[in-house]
Design a protein. Structure first.
Length: 115
């Protein structure tokens, strides 16, 4: 499984960005996809996830501001980020997981929110 993430950038606080992650390869192995982020000096943390059945979960810090979605026809997962805050600044990583809990990672895309 290969994951190609895109969509990061620099935005002012209160602005929006949309991240995309396209999966290719043995995608039949995937049962869930999600986005994680890692800020300097911090551990990588889950931001949002979505199962093949469309069940979503979010970190408390992004609930009501971020929305994860997927286009199964395009094998792509999206993260719409609204009302961005400086504390959302991080490198965002796309993740794909299999039923046997094997994880695949994209290359990371940097999001910087200026105050």
């Amino acid at each position: 499984v290969q994951l190609q993430a895109s969509g990061g950038g620099l935005v002012q606080a209160g602005g929006s960005l949309k991240l995309s992650c396209a999966a290719s390869g043995s995608i039949f192995r995937i049962n869930a996809m999600g986005w994680y982020r890692q800020a300097p000096g911090n551990q990588r943390e889950l931001v949002a996830g979505i199962t093949n059945g469309g069940v979503t979960n979010y970190a408390d810090s992004v609930k009501g501001r971020f929305t994860i979605s997927r286009d199964n026809a395009k094998n792509t997962v999206y993260l719409q980020m609204n009302s961005l805050k400086p504390e959302d600044t991080a490198v965002y990583y796309c993740n794909a997981a299999t039923p046997l809990l094997r994880n695949y990672w994209g290359q990371g895309t940097k999001v910087t929110v200026s105050s």
